[in-house]
Design a protein around this ligand. Structure first.
Ligand SMILES: NC(=O)c1ccc[n+]([C@@H]2O[C@H](COP(=O)([O-])OP(=O)(O)OC[C@H]3O[C@@H](n4cnc5c(N)ncnc54)[C@H](OP(=O)(O)O)[C@@H]3O)[C@@H](O)[C@H]2O)c1
Length: 174
């Protein structure tokens, strides 16, 4: 199973100037709980946006996609495209997560079975990275008991949703 996971503000905004423009610890916790133990696939820009103290993301095989075959990402596995990334991930696990950013989500979408989205009730001025539109045919499951609006300790309203590709059935993955 290939999953994609992201958090988006209004208008599908996911980033500004190479960073994530909010602080929602509950979403970090959800991200960690969901991806821990599984390979994570990310674009080179997202890798560079991680705090060097926390990369590679611990407890996960970090796979970085870049066209630069000489790129040095200590602790991560470098691949040159999304197909290679998926192949690499699935030789180690039956589940892998695509964790961003915009360019990687777009190229990964045809391969993705499930999308975990955190909707944030925030407008992001100057957003320059956006999540792809989720195809209408995908169904939003309400299996996750954490569905529904919550308010973060930082004051941001947020809601978790899970979308599943038509015909894909994987109960219990999230
Ligand atoms: N809100 C969220 O949940 C979330 C999650 C992750 C990231 N973000 C944000 O998203 C923004 C980054 O997004 P982005 O689109 O600029 O960058 P990105 O997708 O993280 O990385 C783009 C780079 O990755 C490589 N790449 C991506 N797809 C590729 C493909 N299919 N084949 C070969 N190489 C590929 C290329 O590297 P080379 O140029 O080296 O060839 C490309 O320039 C940041 O603001 C980040 O904070 C938000």
């Amino acid at each position: 199973m290939i999953g994609a996971i992201w958090a988006q503000g209004h208008d599908r905004a996911i980033g500004v100037d190479g960073t994530i423009p909010w602080h929602v610890p509950e979403d970090f916790a959800f991200f960690k709980k969901t991806t821990l133990g599984h390979p994570v696939i990310m674009g080179r820009t997202t890798w560079e946006s991680l705090n060097p103290r926390y990369r590679p993301l611990p407890g996960r095989r970090n796979i970085v996609v870049t066209t630069n075959t000489h790129y040095d990402a200590p602790g991560a596995h470098i691949v040159s495209g999304i197909s290679e990334a998926i192949q690499e991930a699935l030789t180690h696990d039956r589940v892998a997560w695509v964790i961003g950013g915009e360019r990687l989500y777009r190229s990964a979408l045809p391969f993705v079975d499930i999308i975990a989205v955190t909707f944030l009730d925030v407008s992001i001025a100057g957003a320059d990275a956006f999540a792809p539109e989720i195809p209408h045919a995908w169904r939003c499951t309400a299996q996750n008991p954490e569905c529904g609006w919550h308010t973060s300790s930082t004051g941001v309203r947020y809601r978790f949703s899970v979308y599943v590709r038509p015909g894909f059935d994987a109960p219990g993955i999230i």
